[in-house]
Design a protein around this ligand. Structure first.
Ligand SMILES: Nc1ncnc2c1ncn2[C@@H]1O[C@H](COP(=O)(O)OP(=O)(O)OP(=O)(O)O)[C@@H](O)[C@H]1O
Ligand SMILES: [Mg+2]
Length: 338
């Protein structure tokens, strides 16, 4: 057995095989703090809510933090920002640890192979992903998983571009970041991230329309369609404008980064994934802009992942199974040699 784990700014998702199927377990990467009382605990227990008690405080975690935030009239806190542990959130690491433990569960056996995703360094923010990557790796190792880490964009390539021998451009448009990887035969040629994703869109739309950010995010996630004629002043109109701006920004930076490398002279397919790639019309709009941009590489097909939210987690599972296969292979060689 092997597992994949996508630790994202908004969602933490585990993937594993159950017979022929891949199953996903997910939680929101968020928590909410409450004062501890017997009454609150009884209520949370009867509702089977995921929470812990620490220093006379109660911390409600994951999906439930969102549900209960409205009931208690409180905001949620998020352990990550821009794809990495938030330096502004003092409880970030213990909270991520608890959510990861819940989503991942115990390894089936000691040293079960696990592959986790990590963002690539960001080109437009003053931060790097090393600390985050090392912390997540050590957290999983302490749970007795044999842990490997891959770039988030490579996760998309593993998941979506197997028919192309894992050659292509993988783009994951998440909440905090957009991750981009160009790979040739499963080997990254270029990886970077951009400090803009769904959160940026929500913030910009909220600033320009005066609508609360949560309301904007809810409108965006509930059947909003990109590129249609929209009413002036509506959230839909502003969402389309900022989606357009974000795509332009991603493609401009992609072309700038491509100019710094000498990519192999082949045609590259493109795979788009991440929760922010889900709206209707996303693929059409992105494809038009990418074709117009005259990139420094030749693009063949452009596809949208079938399940954009699960693509990175699925890619991590494929990478983990590959490692597992290699190790078994090595074991067999040793045995047969001995
Ligand atoms: N149907 C939808 N339409 C538009 N956006 C959506 C939809 N569903 C989810 N999103 C957005 O997708 C983002 C979450 O996607 P995802 O889970 O891929 O991000 P993440 O991996 O947690 O973040 P990151 O990769 O940036 O660390 C959020 O901004 C969310 O609002
Ligand atoms: Mg992500």
């Amino acid at each position: 057995m092997a597992k994949g784990l996508d630790i994202g700014t908004m969602n933490i998702i585990c993937s594993e095989r159950e017979e022929e199927d891949v199953v996903f377990t997910q939680q929101r990467n968020a928590f909410m703090e409450l004062e501890s009382s017997d009454l609150t605990k009884t209520m949370l227990d009867s509702a089977k809510v995921l929470y812990i008690e620490k220093d006379a405080r109660i911390y409600v975690l994951g999906e439930d933090a969102f549900k209960f935030a409205t009931i208690f009239g409180k905001g949620t806190r998020r352990p990550m920002r821009y794809g990495i542990i938030s330096p502004k959130e003092k409880d970030a690491i213990p909270m991520i640890k608890l959510i990861v433990e819940r989503v991942l569960g115990e390894p089936a056996h000691r040293n079960e192979v696990l592959c986790i995703s990590s963002p690539a360094d960001t080109i437009d923010l003053d931060m790097n992903a090393l600390y985050h990557k090392k912390m997540m790796e050590s957290l999983a190792r302490r749970m007795a998983y044999e842990t490997h880490v891959i770039d988030e964009g490579l996760g998309v390539i593993y998941s979506e571009l197997s028919d192309y021998n894992f050659t292509g451009l993988g783009i994951s448009m998440g909440a905090g970041l957009t991750n981009v990887t160009l790979a040739y035969l499963a080997t990254p040629v270029m990886s970077f991230s951009i400090g803009r994703g769904g959160d940026w869109i929500d913030e910009q739309v909220s600033i320009t329309t005066g609508l609360p950010k949560d309301h904007v995010c809810a409108t965006k996630e509930k059947g909003f369609k990109l590129g249609l004629e929209v009413e002036y002043g509506s959230a839909d109109g502003a969402l389309s404008i900022y989606y357009d701006a974000l795509m332009t920004y991603i493609i401009k930076n992609l072309n700038r980064k491509l100019a710094e490398i000498t990519p192999p002279k082949v045609e590259f397919p493109v795979a788009l994934a991440g929760g922010s790639a889900r709206p209707d019309g996303f693929l059409k709009m992105f494809e038009r802009k990418l074709r117009e941009a005259k990139l420094q590489i030749d693009i063949s097909s452009i596809k949208l992942a079938k399940e954009p939210l699960y693509s990175v987690a699925r890619g991590c599972l494929i990478a983990a199974r590959t490692h597992e296969g290699e190790e078994k292979g090595e074991g067999e060689t040793e045995e047969s040699a001995g």
